[in-house]
Design a protein around this ligand. Structure first.
Ligand code: ATP
Ligand code: ZN
Length: 285
C-alpha cells in the first residue's frame, strides 16, 4: 500500500493555515507538539514537520512527495519541484526598503548600492530584469537592521503590514515579488502516489470552491421571479419552492463572493425580501 508523504512547516506563519486546510479536507492525524512525523488515521498520508526552507530540497529528493511552502521559498531555493496549486493563504510580498530619510526617485537609485536580503536569487532576478546592478549581501535573519548597522544602504525583505519596516526607520520603495502558500510536488512520483494526490486535490478544490461561494436564500413575490432567476445563475439553476402564503416563493442559489454585494443590491431592487447568506462547507462542481 502506497502512502503520500506530505511536508508541512513545523512552526511558523504557514503552519496554522496548512493544518487547517488538511483538517478541512477531512484528514485526521495526531499532531503532538515536537513530533516530526505523523500518520493520518483515515487517509493514506504521512506528515513530516520541517523547517520551511528545507521543504523544497526534501521534496526534490523524494524524501517527501509533496509539501506546502511560500512561493518565495520555492523560487528562492530553485529546486526541481513542480508547482501543483496556489493555496491562497500566507500572502505577503518581498520589497526593497530604504532608510526613511533617503530620497528615492526610482529604480535608478538602487544602481551600485549594497542591498541586504535573505532572498538573493529573487532580488537578483528582479534587478537583472530592470538592468540594475547592485551588490547583494545575503544574510539569514534580522535583515531590517542592516542599514542601521552600516551593512547595506537598502534591504529586500518580506513585508506584510509594514510596521516592522517603520519601527526600523525604513520605507518600502519597490515590490519585488508577490507570494502566497503553494503546494509543491516531486516531479516523478509513482502512479499510486499520483492517485492519492488526485484524491487530495479533489478535496482541496472542494474546500477552496466552498470558501469562494455562498449559499443564498430569499423570498420573492412570484411576479418578480423571472428577474430574480436571471440575477442568480446558481450551480445549474436556482431552486424555487412555494411559500405557505400565496403568490410568494423561496429561491435558493449559490453566489460567488466577488459578485456578492452587487448581486444583493440587484436582488433587493428586483423585489427580494428576507435574504439569507450562509457559508458553504464543501462544494463539488
Ligand atoms: P522556519 O523556522 O520554518 O524557517 P521562517 O521564520 O523562515 O520559519 P516564517 O516567518 O514562518 O518563516 O514564514 C514562512 C512563510 O510565510 C514565508 O516564507 C512567507 O511565504 C510567509 N510569510 C512570512 N511573513 C508573512 C506575513 N507577515 N504574512 C503572511 N505570510 C508571511
Ligand atoms: Zn524559514
Amino acid at each position: 500500500m502506497s502512502i503520500l508523504r506530505i511536508a508541512l512547516q513545523k512552526s511558523g506563519r504557514l503552519s496554522e493555515s496548512s493544518l487547517a486546510l488538511i483538517k478541512e479536507c477531512g484528514i485526521d492525524f495526531q499532531n503532538g507538539t515536537g513530533k516530526l512525523k505523523s500518520e493520518a488515521s483515515n487517509f493514506p498520508a504521512e506528515f513530516l514537520f520541517l523547517r520551511d526552507d528545507d521543504i523544497p530540497g526534501y521534496v526534490a529528493d523524494g524524501v517527501a512527495d509533496i509539501g506546502i511552502i511560500g512561493e518565495n521559498v520555492m523560487v528562492e531555493k530553485n529546486q526541481e519541484v513542480r508547482l501543483i496549486e496556489r493555496l491562497g493563504f500566507s500572502k505577503c510580498r518581498l520589497s526593497v526598503a530604504v532608510p526613511k530619510g533617503k530620497e528615492y526617485k526610482g529604480l535608478q537609485d538602487l544602481q551600485g548600492i549594497d542591498i541586504a536580503t535573505s532572498y538573493p536569487r529573487i532580488l537578483s532576478n528582479f534587478l537583472q530584469k530592470h538592468q540594475i546592478s547592485a551588490r547583494i549581501h545575503e544574510i539569514s535573519g534580522s535583515v531590517e537592521i542592516a542599514p542601521s548597522i552600516g551593512l547595506a544602504e537598502a534591504i529586500c525583505d518580506i513585508v506584510s503590514s509594514g510596521s516592522t519596516l517603520m519601527s526600523n526607520g525604513l520605507k518600502e520603495v519597490e515590490v519585488v515579488f508577490h507570494s502566497e502558500a503553494v503546494l509543491i510536488g516531486n516531479p516523478n512520483i509513482s502512479t499510486e502516489k499520483q492517485k492519492i494526490l488526485e484524491k487530495l486535490l479533489f478535496r482541496i478544490h472542494a474546500v477552496q470552491n466552498a470558501k469562494k461561494n455562498k449559499y443564498i436564500l430569499l423570498n420573492a413575490p412570484k411576479n418578480a421571479l423571472g428577474k430574480i432567476v436571471e440575477i442568480l445563475p446558481g450551480m445549474k439553476s436556482p431552486t424555487v419552492l412555494p411559500l405557505a402564503i400565496e403568490d410568494w416563493c423561496s429561491v435558493h442559489s449559490v453566489i460567488h463572493e466577488d459578485d456578492f454585494w452587487e448581486i444583493i443590491e440587484s436582488l433587493k431592487a428586483a423585489g427580494a425580501e428576507g435574504i439569507l447568506v450562509v457559508p458553504i462547507e464543501k462544494m463539488i462542481r
